[in-house]
Design a protein around this ligand. Structure first.
Ligand SMILES: Cc1ncc(COP(=O)(O)O)c(C=O)c1O
Length: 377
């Protein structure tokens, strides 16, 4: 494989982001196989590359979008559908999971009768005014202890406020179709899911007792990726989810999920190139042609821990790997165990970099970022 990567880097240049669509299909199928009763809405946010959307669309995925532009990216796939089929797809297979939507977005999506999340009273009024056709899903605040990225400090209604928010939505003539939560991204603590499902089950069953036609339970994202040998197994988590959902909800519940990272993290590798080498305060600094403003942006936004493998052997020492910009913040890692004998022009391999990487890459300082190469499409 290493030789293949070197060949591709020679042919296409670096930095090179290699995205494997066979792996993407495998991840989608693994998700479906282990959670057969859960409709998978790919969270476009994790990697909004159009080719990813295309492949997952062909696999039969549904989609979780956060903005009108993400919606249009998915809509592009169904442009040629007959109007009725298009409307059905949008109604059945797209969720607007951003609990706060601006009025323009709401106005624009009104004609599609979208499924949208909310978590506060002001949003109910806004949806009522600008998009009364929407079906609502109330997002709950749930524990996200130990997750790589927490969510609960910005999103989710307190469970104790849930019934009031559901009643007010109904009182204003809107329909609350279900409940959702997000346990935090790269959730390695399965108790978060168990607790969230228990909280949700109580509210769901209270709604049914009140006569509301609540039917959807959206278990969000957070599904862990095997970044290292310590990462817990998705298959084990799936067993927990399957048994807790069976226990906590009636048979006719519609389970949905919004996996982002799980679908794409393991689909991509990055080949970067050493463009400079300096010893600073005794430590080797490898300056490479990609950095935290570009494909390694996940270090900032996603609390991601990078990984580097050299293609050449040599005596290793603790080195720094830094990006190409004129900004001292652009340090990818200051403690990588790497061969000290690498030279300008040598390459690094970074694995599992498919999620929250190119999605938040900028063009800061005039650097374009990595070229994207699609394989096994
Ligand atoms: C509302 C929502 N759903 C789903 C996701 C995807 O989460 P993950 O990548 O952890 O699967 C996110 C991202 O954080 C999100 O904000």
């Amino acid at each position: 494989m290493k030789n293949d990567y070197i060949k591709l880097a020679k042919k296409h240049g670096t930095p090179l982001f290699i995205l494997d669509h066979q792996k993407l299909r495998e991840n989608f199928r693994t998700f479906k196989k282990n959670l057969p009763n859960v409709q998978a809405y790919y969270a476009v946010k994790a990697n909004s590359n159009q080719e990813i959307i295309k492949t997952l669309f062909k696999e039969g995925a549904s989609f979780d979008v956060a903005s009108y532009n993400e919606f249009i990216q998915v809509h592009d796939q169904i442009e040629n559908y007959r109007r009725k089929d298009r409307e059905f797809f949008i109604w059945d297979k797209i969720i607007f999971s951003n609990t706060i939507k601006d009025k323009d977005t709401l106005r624009k999506i009104k004609k599609y009768k979208p499924l949208v999340t909310y978590d506060n009273a002001d949003e109910i009024q806004k949806i009522k005014k600008y998009c009364p056709t929407a079906g609502l899903v109330l997002r709950l605040k749930v524990p996200d202890t130990g997750s790589q990225v927490e969510m609960s400090s910005k999103f989710g209604a307190e469970p104790s406020d849930a019934m009031e928010l559901i009643n007010s939505a109904h009182d204003s003539g809107l329909t609350v179709e279900g409940l959702s939560f997000h346990v935090g991204s790269q959730c390695t603590n399965f108790d978060n899911y168990t607790n969230a499902l228990q909280i949700t089950s109580q509210i769901f069953n209270d709604c049914r007792k009140k006569g509301y036609e609540t039917k959807i339970v959206d278990i969000g994202g957070g599904f862990p990726v095997p970044y290292d040998s310590l990462s817990p197994k998705f298959e084990q988590l799936a067993q927990v989810i399957n048994s807790e959902t069976k226990r906590g909800f009636p048979e006719d519940v519609e389970l949905i999920a919004e996996p982002g990272r799980f679908m794409v993290a393991t689909t991509a590798v990055l080949i970067s190139e050493i463009i400079g080498k300096a010893r600073r305060d005794g430590k080797i600094f490898y300056h490479i042609n990609d950095g935290v403003y570009h494909t390694f942006s996940g270090i900032v936004y996603d609390h991601w821990m990078p990984n580097f493998k050299a293609f050449k052997r040599g005596k290793t020492e603790v080195c720094a790997v830094v990006g190409p910009t004129c900004d001292s913040f652009d340090k990818i890692s200051v403690s990588e165990q790497l061969p000290g004998n690498l030279q300008i022009g040598d390459l690094f391999l970074t694995e599992n970099i498919g999620a929250y990487s190119i999605a938040s890459s900028t063009k800061f300082n005039g650097f374009d970022g990595a070229k994207i190469l699609h394989i096994n499409q």
